[in-house]
Design a binder for this molecule. Structure first.
Ligand code: ATP
Ligand code: FE2
Length: 344
C-alpha cells in the first residue's frame, strides 16, 4: 500500500452546463471519472422556455448549486484544478451565465479555463460510462436531434432535425393537452397504458406522417397531425402511443442508415428523450438485428448535466486545448464538427 507521502492528492475538473433549461454543476476526478452533479431546472408553468427568464434562474441558483456540490463531495476550492463550461450550442442568455461563472472561477482560483461543445460532451460521457469505443450517437433531447459519428478526426452530424428537436415536439404536444413540462415522460406513460389495454391496436387506425427526410428528420408535420387527431376525437392515450411509434421509428431508421454507412457496430443513446424505455427497446432491437450493440448511459448522464462538461473539458485540456479568456465567447450555433478530436 502506498504511504501517505506517495499518495498524490486527487484534483477535480469542474463542469458548468447551461445551454437551456438546466443549470448544472458537475465534476470529474483526475482520471476522468464523473461524480454526480447538482442541478436546477426551469419548469415553465405556461408556454415554452423563455431564454432570459431561464438565464435569471441560472444566475440565482449558481452559488447554492456550487455550495451543495462541494458539501456533497467534501471539497474545497483548492481541490479544483480546471474549469470547463458549455460554450455552445444553446440559448445565448443561458450560455452567457455559464461562461461568466466559469471565467470568474478561472480567474479567482487561478485554474485553466476550457469551453466545450455540448453535443460532443454527451458522446464522451456516454462512451466512458458505457465502455463503448466508436459509436454512432443518437442524440435526442429537447432542443437537439442529431445522429453523430466520429469520421476523419471530427464528430460529424450524419442526420439531424430540420425543424424542432424531438423533445420540444413531445413537450409541445403535451402542453396542448394540458400536460405540464416535461411532457415526454407523461406521453410515455399514456402510450404504455394504451398498448397494455389494447394490445391488438393497429397503427393504420392512428396513422401519422413519417418524420424521415433523407438522412434528416422533421417533426412539425407529425406534431400538427397528432394535435388534429386528438381534436377530432381520437383517445389521447392512443395518439401518444402512435406518436411515439412514428417518431422513434424515424430516429431509429436514420440511426440504422448511419451505422450501415459508417460500418460501425455500436449505437449509443444520449439526451433526455433517451430516458424513454420504448426508444431504448427499439434501438436495442435494431442494433441486435445488425449484430451490433446498443448502449444507454444512466439517466443522470443522459439528461443535461455538468459532469459531462467536466469529462470533455478534462479530455480537451490534457490534449492541449487550454483557452484564453478572449477565446471564451459563447457560440449559440456551435457545430458538432467545429473542433478536431484531439483525444483518443
Ligand atoms: P438540450 O439542451 O441538449 O436540447 P434539454 O434542455 O432539452 O437538452 P434534456 O434533459 O436533455 O434537456 O432533455 C429534456 C427533454 O427530454 C424534454 O423534452 C423531455 O420531455 C424529454 N424526456 C425526458 N424523459 C423522457 C421520456 N421518458 N420520454 C420521452 N421524452 C423524455
Ligand atoms: Fe443536451
Amino acid at each position: 500500500m502506498p504511504s501517505s507521502v506517495d499518495m498524490k492528492p486527487m484534483s477535480y475538473t469542474l463542469g458548468i452546463e447551461s445551454t437551456a433549461h438546466t443549470f448544472s454543476i458537475g465534476l470529474c476526478d483526475d482520471e476522468g471519472n464523473p461524480l454526480p452533479s447538482t442541478s436546477a431546472f426551469v419548469r415553465p408553468v405556461k408556454g415554452g422556455i423563455h431564454p432570459r427568464e431561464a438565464a435569471d434562474h441560472h444566475a440565482e441558483n449558481c452559488q447554492s448549486l456550487i455550495e451543495q456540490l462541494f458539501a456533497k463531495h467534501s471539497l474545497k476550492s483548492e481541490d479544483i484544478s480546471a474549469i470547463a463550461f458549455s460554450q455552445g450550442p444553446g440559448l445565448g442568455p443561458c450560455l452567457r451565465i455559464g461562461a461568466s461563472v466559469a471565467r470568474t472561477i478561472s480567474t479567482a482560483w487561478e485554474v485553466p479555463l476550457i469551453g466545450v461543445n455540448h453535443c460532443v460532451a454527451h458522446i464522451e460521457i456516454g462512451r466512458q460510462e458505457c465502455d463503448c469505443s466508436d459509436p454512432v450517437l443518437l442524440y435526442v433531447s429537447g432542443g437537439n436531434t442529431q445522429i453523430i459519428a466520429r469520421l476523419e478526426g471530427k464528430y460529424r452530424v450524419l442526420g439531424e432535425t430540420l425543424d424542432i428537436g424531438i423533445g420540444n415536439m413531445l413537450d409541445k404536444f403535451a402542453r396542448e393537452q394540458g400536460i405540464p413540462f416535461p411532457g415526454g415522460p407523461v406521453i410515455e406513460k399514456n402510450a404504455l397504458r394504451w398498448i397494455t389495454a389494447n394490445p391488438n391496436s393497429s397503427l393504420d387506425d392512428f396513422s401519422l406522417p413519417y418524420a424521415v427526410q433523407g438522412m434528416d428528420l422533421a417533426f412539425s408535420g407529425v406534431l400538427t397531425a397528432a394535435l388534429m387527431m386528438v381534436a377530432k376525437g381520437a383517445p389521447l392515450d392512443a395518439v401518444c402511443w402512435s406518436l411515439q411509434e412514428h417518431v422513434f421509428a424515424a430516429c431509429v431508421e436514420v440511426a440504422e442508415r448511419a451505422l450501415a454507412h459508417t460500418g460501425k457496430s455500436e449505437l449509443l443513446l444520449g439526451g433526455g428523450v433517451a430516458c424513454n424505455q420504448k426508444l431504448r427497446n427499439m434501438s436495442s432491437m435494431m442494433a441486435e438485428q445488425r449484430d451490433g450493440e446498443c448502449f444507454v448511459p444512466e439517466k443522470k448522464y443522459c439528461i443535461d448535466n455538468g459532469s459531462m462538461i467536466a469529462v470533455l473539458g478534462r479530455l480537451r485540456l490534457i490534449s492541449g486545448n487550454e483557452m484564453n479568456i478572449e477565446d471564451s465567447k459563447i457560440n449559440q450555433y456551435m457545430r458538432t464538427d467545429s473542433a478536431e478530436i484531439t483525444w483518443s
